[in-house]
Design a protein around this ligand. Structure first.
Ligand code: THU
Length: 137
């Protein structure tokens, strides 16, 4: 991950916080997904009064990309927190990790977590989803 892509992803994910629809939890999440061709697909969490239809920011980004015919990805950046304050890392939930397993090589795909103080942590999907169930099964 070069510096240019890294800062573009953090900026795009952070900008998504303003679109987060989280009236029930007030936990706002933004994501920015980098496709193999360099294009960025963004997403936010979208909650629902019935709770279970809620969609996470990561899946919003993935589904936007896949619905446009894009299936090859390099990395995703996830940011958020209570009230949209990025004071801590927001790691992807298990369901989102499973969606990543469907479209990404766990050995290569990178998950970037960032805070507003400039800290960021980068993980490989294989480390956040050990022994994950995927296409090879
Ligand atoms: N959320 C995400 O958007 N991504 C995650 O990976 C973790 C959780 C959202 C779902 C819900 O709207 C809120 O955060 C609180 O769980």
């Amino acid at each position: 991950m070069d510096k240019e892509n890294l800062s573009a992803l953090i900026e795009a994910a952070s900008a998504q916080l303003q679109h987060s629809y989280a009236p029930y939890s007030d936990f706002k999440v933004g994501a920015a997904l980098l496709a193999q061709d360099g294009k960025i697909y963004t997403g936010c969490n979208i909650e629902n009064a019935a709770y279970t239809p809620t969609n996470c920011a990561e899946r919003t980004a993935f589904f936007k990309a896949v619905s446009e015919g894009v299936r090859d990805f390099q990395a995703i950046c996830v940011v958020g927190g209570p009230g949209g304050k990025m004071e801590d890392y927001t790691p992807p939930c298990g369901v989102c990790r499973q969606v990543m397993m469907e479209f990404c090589d766990p050995e290569r795909f990178e998950i970037i977590l960032a805070k507003d103080n400039g800290d960021c942590a980068i993980y490989k999907l294989k480390d956040l989803m050990p022994m994950g169930f995927g296409l090879s099964h």
